[in-house]
Design a protein around this ligand. Structure first.
Ligand SMILES: *[C@@H]1O[C@H](CO)[C@@H](O)[C@H](O)[C@H]1NC(C)=O
Ligand SMILES: *[C@@H]1O[C@H](CO)[C@@H](O)[C@H](O)[C@H]1NC(C)=O
Length: 293
């Protein structure tokens, strides 16, 4: 072949790469971003969907191959169908070590036909105890829904199908620590938690209904990637100055529409908020005194 036909082929290929990739708008494959870290034999792959199962031998979990500081993670999940009582499926970001930070979605299973509860939590410097619980405005076992974490230097936002359900605001100016110094991995797992998960632990896992399967697809991580070989402080400095889209001023707080959505979620779907639990916290946790939500 002449060199010009080579360049034609190359041109066609290059066009296809930019054209096809931009237009198909496909999410990265599971393997590009994640790997099973617990019980690889409890995974099955079905096209772009990943099934992770809990049975009487083991739960299962996957984690991101990289760590990140700031950005947004989206995962579509279809939760365990039918009887999921006693099971917990979690989707979270976490750093490592005793002073770790963590942003959690925990989906608490239920008996057939009874609603799942979504529990969220935020750990800062190794301390959690910031649980909120809500039910959802749809059945999360019937279809895939998108669960997201947006993390920037001003706020952490938990979103369900792009509706904010929780905001953890940076209140460092009030002397309250905010998680922005440690890279975090992205994780999901399913396990047996029948000592507490369903109706306060009264309903136990019915193993005759195993395996309990959660299904995932459409994995997206758009954040400042952190090499594990780089010190946290250097990653923090680089990612704080990376000029990522997540640090645009417009994302430093919810917009008006999102504020209305959050108010709607809180008034219609919230079951529990640690900020209002005076039996547990006789003096209101310090960030609750300042959070607008
Ligand atoms: C797990 O469940 C299977 C099927 O119900 C049963 O045959 C097996 O003995 C159980 N194994 C354990 C470790 O309980
Ligand atoms: C399970 O269903 C019961 C009855 O509707 C409800 O009280 C409970 O909050 C639901 N969720 C969990 C996780 O227990």
């Amino acid at each position: 072949m002449s060199s010009s036909s080579y360049s034609m082929i190359f041109l066609a290929f290059a066009l296809c790469v930019s054209f096809c990739v931009n237009n198909v708008n496909a999410s990265p494959k599971f393997d590009e971003l994640f790997h099973p870290y617990w019980a690889p034999d409890h995974f099955t792959f079905d096209g772009d969907a990943v099934n992770m199962k809990l049975d009487n031998y083991s739960g299962a979990g996957f984690s991101s191959k990289s760590k990140y500081m700031f950005g947004k993670v989206n995962i579509q999940i279809k939760l365990v169908q039918g009887d999921s009582a006693g099971t917990v499926t979690a989707f979270y970001m976490s750093s490592d070590g005793p002073k770790h930070h963590e942003f959690d979605f925990e989906f608490l299973g239920n008996t057939t036909g009874e609603p799942y509860i979504v529990q969220t939590n935020v750990y800062v410097n190794g301390v959690g105890n910031r649980e909120q619980r809500m039910n959802l405005w749809f059945d999360p076992t019937k279809d895939f829904h998108t669960y997201s974490l947006l993390w920037n230097q001003r706020q952490v936002v938990f979103l369900v199908d792009e509706t904010p359900i929780r905001v953890h605001t940076n209140l460092e100016h009030k002397g309250i620590p905010y998680p922005k110094d440690q890279p975090m991995g992205v994780y999901s797992s399913i396990w047996n938690a029948d000592d507490w998960a369903t109706q306060g632990g009264r309903v136990k896992t019915d193993w005759t209904h195993a395996p309990f399967v959660a299904t995932y697809r459409a994995f997206e991580i758009d954040g400042c990637e952190c090499a594990v070989t780089t010190a946290d402080a250097d990653n923090a400095k680089r990612c704080a100055n990376s000029g990522g889209w997540w640090d645009q001023p417009v994302l430093s707080e919810l917009n008006l529409h999102q504020n209305h959505q959050l108010i709607w979620v809180r008034s219609n779907h919230m079951i529990y908020d640690y900020c209002s639990d005076t039996a547990r916290f006789p003096s209101v946790p310090v960030e609750c005194q300042h959070h607008r939500h």
